[in-house]
Design a protein around this ligand. Structure first.
Ligand code: C2O
Ligand code: CU
Ligand code: CU
Length: 457
């Protein structure tokens, strides 16, 4: 596929008018038998939710659900999704953590023109890596993700793994009041600090659900943080659980331990030994219960811990010949001017002295770094602020090497939770040409400066 950014900006990105295949149905998602061009049709549309009993929340959903319907694909195969926009605002879909060509990355004015109301866009890419991923827009993100446009994308391993049971748990804390009405998705005072938090925490759209799992079996729990702001401090007191993958990449299995901090955008795959029938465990965020996991009927023989998951085909960075680049994440709210704010330009954060302007379509023309295709790089990430930032890179998977604040067992990821005043080192092989967003996944940090473009040529 030959493609340039200029073509996108000129609007040649293969747009069409929705209607085909939707057949008058408001939501439809499936693998159409007689349509040769795509595997899924995914419709974004308004959706009334009852998050608070007896009250309606005017959410937006994918495939008639919020969080959106779970998409699945097998490693090494193509995923073809026709995204149909039935919202009255423009949108895109970004495939978080998937290593794909730039024109499928869903960033407006960088990867594609935004998909206008009533139009569709065909996403089509190969899923090289197996694991737990997710999808979301990259347009007016605080509101669009906040209203529910977030969903899991599961890439199954090529061969069956040792897991016979699995569940996806999508974590989201909604910005709603006691009557289910939306509250502000981003408040300037909060955006300049830890980010604007919602109030009502849900798993798969339900506050505090009870999930029945087969007693005595080992179940793969795919926990996905698709929240705008919150880092969940996951713990499972009394539970027997092991970590099998982080952010879509397998690790050598190890016990969950006391607590795992799952920042926005991050995922963790746990193996859980489900307790006996009728017994319960609490999955918690710090001291707060997120869900009750309950042993349910099972006629199978008790399961054992499966072997480690097979590694993904990610290039190993060669540290001996890597070039080092430094990125400082700075708090800049003291510099924000009232004139800028009046004009809707909030600049509370910057990377190496530069703030991204979310309203300026030309920011990506000024990449913060240019990497040589197939070059090896070490990034030193330095958080100069009191607030943590889940730092995410599009297009390429990186290896976390170490930190000055905690012990790290090196692992591959797409998002690293950079703690207060922490300095961490990551490394990667720049094997995917394009212009890739590099940003904090606290959405209102990203929208108030904490984003940059990294170019690979
Ligand atoms: Cu989930 Cu720009 O990323
Ligand atoms: Cu991403
Ligand atoms: Cu941040």
């Amino acid at each position: 596929m030959s493609f340039t950014r200029r073509q996108v900006l000129a609007g040649l990105a293969g747009l069409g008018i929705a209607g085909l295949g939707a057949g008058g149905v408001r939501y439809w998602l499936g693998r159409p038998e007689n349509v040769a061009t795509h595997d899924y049709e995914l419709i974004a549309a308004p959706l009334d939710l009852e998050l608070v009993q007896g009250h309606i929340t005017p959410a937006w959903g994918y495939g008639g659900q919020a969080p959106g319907v779970e998409l699945r694909c097998r490693q090494g195969e193509r995923l073809r999704v026709r995204f149909i926009n039935k919202l009255d605002v423009q949108s895109t879909i970004h495939w978080h953590g998937i290593r794909l060509p730039l024109e499928m990355d869903g960033v407006p004015y960088v990867s594609q023109a935004p998909v206008l109301p009533g139009e569709y866009f065909d996403y089509d890419f190969i899923c090289h890596d197996a694991g737990s991923f997710w999808y979301h827009p990259h347009t007016t993100s605080a509101e669009q993700l906040g209203r529910g446009l977030v969903g899991p994308l599961i890439v199954e391993e090529r061969e069956p793994t040792g897991f016979r049971h699995e569940r996806t748990l999508s974590l989201k804390t909604w910005h709603v009041d006691e009557q289910g009405a939306f509250t502000a998705f981003s408040v300037p005072r909060q955006a300049a600090r830890e980010g604007t938090r919602g109030r009502l925490t849900t798993i798969n759209g339900e506050p505090n659900p009870t999930l029945e799992l087969p007693a005595g079996q080992v179940v793969r729990l795919r926990l996905i943080n698709l929240d705008n702001t919150i880092t969940y401090r996951l713990n499972l007191p009394g539970g027997e659980a092991r970590i099998y993958a982080l952010d879509g990449n397998p690790v050598k299995p190890r016990p969950l331990g006391k607590e795992y901090w799952l920042g926005p955008g991050m995922r963790i795959d746990l193996a859980l030994k489900v307790p006996a029938a009728g017994e319960e465990l609490s999955l918690r965020n710090g001291p707060l219960r997120l869900a009750t996991l309950k042993g349910g009927a099972s006629s199978e023989a008790p399961g054992d811990w499966p072997p480690a998951l097979p590694a993904n085909p990610v290039a190993e960075p060669d540290l001996a010949r890597a070039e080092t680049l430094r990125f400082n994440f700075e708090w800049a709210a003291a510099l924000a001017s009232p004139a800028d704010e009046a004009a809707g330009r909030y600049k509370y954060w910057q990377i190496n002295g530069q703030a991204w302007d979310i309203n300026d379509k030309t920011c990506a023309d000024r990449p913060i770094a240019t990497l040589k295709k197939d070059g090896h790089y070490i990034f030193v990430l330095r958080n100069m602020a009191q607030y943590q930032h889940p730092i995410h890179l599009h297009g390429m998977t990186f290896k976390v090497l170490g930190s000055d604040r905690r012990k790290i067992i090196p692992y591959f990821t797409d998002t690293y939770l950079l703690g207060k005043n922490e300095t961490a080192r990551i490394a990667l092989v720049a094997d995917n040409p394009g212009v890739w967003m590099f940003h904090c996944h606290v959405i209102d940090h990203m929208e108030t400066g904490l984003m940059a473009a990294i170019e690979v040529v």
